[in-house]
Write a protein that binds this ligand. Structure first.
Ligand code: F0G
Length: 481
């Protein structure tokens, strides 16, 4: 980590503070020695808070930071005419989303408006533009696939709604991000912070998607990336990406939880910037999944938000986004959250079933390698989301995951195995009567089909299809089978 911070870095860090999610201790964004802090002295993980008054229902003025827009500066404090903060932000975000970038005259600020993360920068992190490392990311599809809300031209996708048993179901496909998973949303903010701090090297432990994303964003910023992977438990596609983007890749003899434990120590010892979702700035970026869903739904919150759960960063981040949107009156109610775990990697589910009396750990086993995690780092953050949204944690078997994946794949959307836990969980919760058939549900698909091109690809498809002679007769024979 470089010793001298730039004046911009000092200013940005001066606008945020970090609160322990366990004991509520508050730390300055910047501390003596300028050493990054990822945990409280009590061991709890930290949540970023902005010092501006943006999250008050009636906006007055936000702390001004170089290069950022003070959206409330034109309104008088305490005036009856002050529109709610949510209305101002909504207008701003909608204007930015409506303006496509014109490449021949593009400036960095246009690219930021086009990013599905930095478009919401007032609610993410106030950073001067020149430090931002963005592809840009986000702008992923929200697919209406319910029995009622799926259009006639997409009857194949309506099969998903039929399988789920829901009239109004949307799937948010985060596999459409630049490196093929939702991780890019947190990574653009994490690597931007690394850039601002002058970090030379960044590191993470990963089941494959975080490492691919980190490697890509670090390469873009000209930083060294070092990733710790559980040997034999990362799909070939993710490993190939990570290596191709140039990360120093260390496969360890252990599982993800061992790798996570190790990377924290390595970063502390060697002064490398840690970019797992333990890093509070990663969570800020991942909030943008929630903001983008809301914007695509014209700021009408769904009844349910369903997503796969491993290390619990995503549950924490999307939950925080909806909480903030609610505080800002951007939406009128919080959706209920359903976090879905693989039955063999279900510590959060076990805790939930005991009313969160204690934090459980398991030795994880599941075919969905992305969520093969036994000791999730963001447990407390995610627990808060489930509790305050009157949410639920469900588990699904590997068979249920693979069956749901086949339905998603055959609809033409496709996803990696962990993502299919979302649909498997929705189906189970509808069958149990927890989610009502007419409720409006958004499910998150977290990763692209090509991330794992072997697991769950049905027998009889491309890999073992017979090679036939190049003749009409041979084709006729195949098609008649
Ligand atoms: N889905 C996919 C495709 C993932 O890669 C992950 C996590 C999750 C769901 C679970 O999200 O951890 O926020 O609860 N992958 C991490 C990684 C652990 O290293 O790529 P979470």
């Amino acid at each position: 980590m470089s010793k001298a911070l730039t004046p911009e870095a000092i200013e940005v860090l001066g606008t945020v503070s970090l609160r322990c999610v366990e004991c509520s201790a508050l730390y300055a964004g910047i501390e003596a020695g300028w050493k990054p802090r990822y945990r409280c002295d009590c061991g709890g993980v930290l949540d970023m808070e902005m010092k501006s008054n943006l999250l008050k229902p009636q906006g007055t003025s936000s702390t001004s930071t170089a290069g950022t827009i003070d959206v409330f500066s034109s309104f008088e404090p305490d005036s009856d005419l002050v529109p709610p903060a949510g209305a101002i932000l909504r207008q701003l975000f909608d204007e930015r989303a409506a303006t496509p970038p014109i490449w021949s005259i593009s400036a960095d600020s246009m690219l930021l408006d086009y990013s599905g993360v930095w478009r919401y920068r007032e609610l993410i992190l106030p950073v001067p533009e020149q430090y931002i490392v963005s592809r840009p990311e986000g702008n992923t599809g929200l697919y209406p696939v319910g029995m009622e809300n799926c259009g006639n031209g997409r009857s194949g996708q309506r099969q998903i709604g039929l399988y789920a048993g829901l009239e109004r179901l949307f799937l948010k496909h985060e596999g459409e991000n630049p490196t093929g998973s939702f991780k890019d949303r947190g990574m653009t903010v994490g690597v931007t912070m690394a850039n601002l701090l002058g970090a030379q090297a960044v590191a993470c432990a990963s089941t494959g998607n975080t490492s691919a994303s980190l490697a890509s964003y670090a390469a873009q910023a000209g930083m060294r990336s070092i990733v710790f992977l559980p040997a034999g438990n990362v799909s070939a596609g993710k490993l190939a990406q990570t290596l191709a983007y140039g990360a120093t890749t260390i496969q360890i003899d252990g599982d993800f939880d061992d790798a996570m434990h190790l990377v924290e120590k390595v970063c502390e010892e060697l002064g490398i910037y840690l970019l797992n979702s333990l890093n509070p700035y990663r969570i800020e970026g991942q909030k943008a999944i929630g903001f983008e869903i809301l914007q695509q739904l014209d700021w009408q919150a769904p009844d349910w938000l369903v997503l796969p759960a491993g290390n619990l960063g995503n549950t924490s981040a999307i939950g925080k986004a909806f909480r903030q949107a609610y505080q800002l009156s951007l939406i009128s109610h919080m959706p209920r959250f359903a976090s879905i775990q693989a039955a063999g990697a279900n510590p959060f589910y076990r805790s939930f079933m005991q009313g969160f009396a204690r934090q459980e750990q398991v030795h994880a086993h599941t075919i969905a390698s992305a969520i093969k995690i036994g000791n999730p780092v963001s447990y407390t953050r995610a627990r808060r989301v489930i509790e305050e949204s009157d949410g639920i944690v469900e588990e699904v078997s590997d068979e249920e995951i693979l069956a749901a994946k086949t339905v998603i794949d055959r609809s033409g959307l496709g996803c990696e195995p962990a993502s299919a836990a979302t649909l498997a969980g929705i189906r189970k919760l509808v069958e149990r009567g927890v989610i009502k058939r007419d409720e409006r549900v958004v499910g998150v698909l977290t990763g692209n089909l090509l991330k794992d091109s072997h697991t769950g690809i049905p027998v009889g498809s491309q890999f073992d299809a017979p090679v036939v002679e190049a003749s009409i007769e041979a084709v006729r024979k195949v098609l008649s089978q």
